[in-house]
Design a protein around this ligand. Structure first.
Ligand SMILES: C[S@@+](CC[C@H](N)C(=O)[O-])C[C@H]1O[C@@H](n2cnc3c(N)ncnc32)[C@H](O)[C@@H]1O
Length: 367
C-alpha cells in the first residue's frame, strides 16, 4: 500500500481515502455519528465553561477538527457558544473554524451553516464561521490561538493505511503483523495529533475528542457489517466485474483505538503539555437497528445501513478503482456493490448492527 495517502494532499475534489460521500450525502446518512456526539455533551459543557475572553479583544477561536459536512457539528457548536456567551459578552467575537482534509465537501458544510434552522448562527451575534482544509496530522492554527477544540468520530481515520489487508478491507480482520502495522501508525498519528493541538491551544484551553474506539479486546463491534461489505466486494471480483488488483488495494484506512491506546501519550509523558482530565468508553446503541426493531421494516433497515456504509466508507474503498474506468462503469460497479451489501444485510439484520465503541476525552492544555 502506498504511503502517500491522498488524504494528505488531494485537493482535486475527487474521492480520497478518508473522505465522506459528497453532496450532503454524509449529512443525510450519519445518524450513528450524530448519536455518538451526545455521549460527550457533559465534557463539552465543562470545556465551554472554561473558556475566557482572550486579551486585547482577540476573538475566541473554536476549532472543529474533522467536521465533514457539518451536520453533526451544528448542535455541539451551538451549545458551546451558548455556554461561552453566559460569561463572555457578545462584544467579543467568536470564530468557529471547521477543519477537514482538502477534498472535504466544504460547500455542503457552508450551505448547511447558512440555511439550517439548527445553525449556530441563529440567535447569536458576533459569531463567524470559517474553514481550514488541512489534515489534523499537521499544524492548522497559529500558536496558542484556539480556546476550545472539538473532534467527533474523526481521529480513527489514519494519515494513511500502512499496509494492504490481504483478503479483507477492515483492519481488525487483518493478520497479526498487518494489524500491528496499523497499531503503530495509529500510535504515531495520535501523538502527532496531540502535539499539534498542544501547540495550537491557548494555555488552560480544553479539547474534547470523541474517538471511534474499540474495547480493550480490540473489538469495535462493526465486524459483521464489514464482513458483509467484504463478501460483496469479493463476489464482484469472482464475477469479473471488479479487478483482483483493485480489490487488493481497497482498504478502509482506520484504526479504532482501545482506551489504553488513547491514554498512552498522557501516561508516558509524550502528550506535550496536555493532560487527560477524563476518559470514558461507551457502547453506542445502534440507532438504525433500534428503528428496525420498532418498525420491523427490513427494507428500510437495509437501505439505512447501506446509506451509512456508503456515506462513510465507500469513497475510501472505491478510490482504489483503476483510474481508466469510465464514470459510468464506476457508478454501475458501486450500484452492484450496494445491491450485494443490501442483500446480505437483509438476510441477517442482527449481524449487520453496529454497537460502535466511542471513547470520549476531556483534555486540558497546561495553564
Ligand atoms: C465520520 S466523519 C465525522 C464527521 C463529524 N465530525 C461528525 O461527527 O459527523 C470523519 C471525518 O474525519 C475527516 N478526516 C479524516 N482524516 C482526516 C485528517 N487527517 N484530518 C482532518 N480530517 C480528517 C473525514 O474527512 C471526515 O469528514
Amino acid at each position: 500500500m502506498p504511503e502517500n495517502n491522498p488524504t494528505e494532499s488531494d485537493n482535486s475534489g475527487r474521492d480520497a481515502p478518508g473522505i465522506m460521500r459528497r453532496g450532503g450525502f454524509y449529512n443525510r446518512h450519519s445518524l450513528p455519528q450524530h448519536e455518538a456526539a451526545s455521549y460527550a455533551e457533559p465534557l463539552l459543557r465543562q470545556a465551554a465553561e472554561a473558556v475566557a475572553a482572550p486579551p486585547g479583544g482577540q476573538p475566541i477561536v473554536i476549532a472543529d477538527y474533522g467536521a465533514a459536512q457539518g451536520r453533526n457539528s451544528l448542535d455541539p457548536m451551538r451549545r458551546a457558544i451558548g455556554i461561552i456567551r453566559r460569561s463572555v459578552p457578545d462584544t467579543v467575537p467568536i470564530s468557529v473554524v471547521h477543519t477537514d482534509i482538502p477534498a472535504d465537501d466544504f460547500s455542503a458544510l457552508f450551505t448547511l451553516i447558512e440555511n439550517s434552522p439548527d445553525s449556530y448562527l441563529r440567535e447569536v451575534a458576533n459569531v463567524f464561521p470559517f474553514a481550514a482544509g488541512r489534515t489534523f496530522y499537521k499544524r492548522i492554527f497559529p500558536a496558542a490561538s484556539v480556546s476550545l477544540g472539538w473532534s467527533a468520530i474523526a481521529v480513527h481515520w489514519l494519515s494513511a493505511a500502512p499496509a494492504i489487508i490481504e483478503g479483507h478491507v477492515w483492519s481488525p480482520r487483518a493478520d497479526p503483523a498487518t494489524l500491528a502495522s496499523f497499531a503503530r501508525r495509529s500510535a504515531r498519528d495520535w501523538r502527532d495529533f496531540l502535539a499539534h493541538r498542544a501547540a495550537e491551544l491557548r494555555p488552560g484551553a480544553r479539547l474534547v475528542v470523541i474517538g471511534g474506539a474499540s474495547d480493550e479486546a480490540g473489538d469495535s463491534a462493526a465486524n459483521g457489517l464489514m464482513d458483509m461489505a467484504n463478501a460483496a466486494l469479493r463476489e464482484l471480483v469472482a464475477a469479473g466485474c471488479l479487478g483482483a488488483d483493485e480489490y487488493r488495494r481497497m482498504v478502509i484506512p482506520t484504526y479504532n483505538r482501545t482506551p489504553a491506546e488513547f491514554a498512552a501519550p498522557f501516561a508516558d509523558g509524550t502528550a506535550s503539555g496536555l493532560r487527560l482530565l477524563h476518559g470514558q468508553l461507551d457502547v453506542l446503541a445502534d440507532p438504525i437497528l433500534a428503528r428496525y426493531q420498532e418498525t420491523g421494516d427490513l427494507d428500510a433497515f437495509a437501505a439505512s445501513c447501506v446509506g451509512f456504509f456508503e456515506a462513510a466508507f465507500e469513497p475510501s474503498l472505491f478510490s482504489a478503482l483503476a483510474p481508466g474506468r469510465s464514470p459510468d462503469r464506476r457508478r454501475s460497479l458501486e450500484t452492484e456493490f450496494r445491491d450485494g451489501l443490501r442483500a446480505r444485510i437483509a438476510a441477517d439484520p442482527q449481524a449487520a448492527g453496529c454497537n460502535w465503541r466511542v471513547y470520549s476525552m476531556l483534555i486540558a492544555k497546561d495553564a
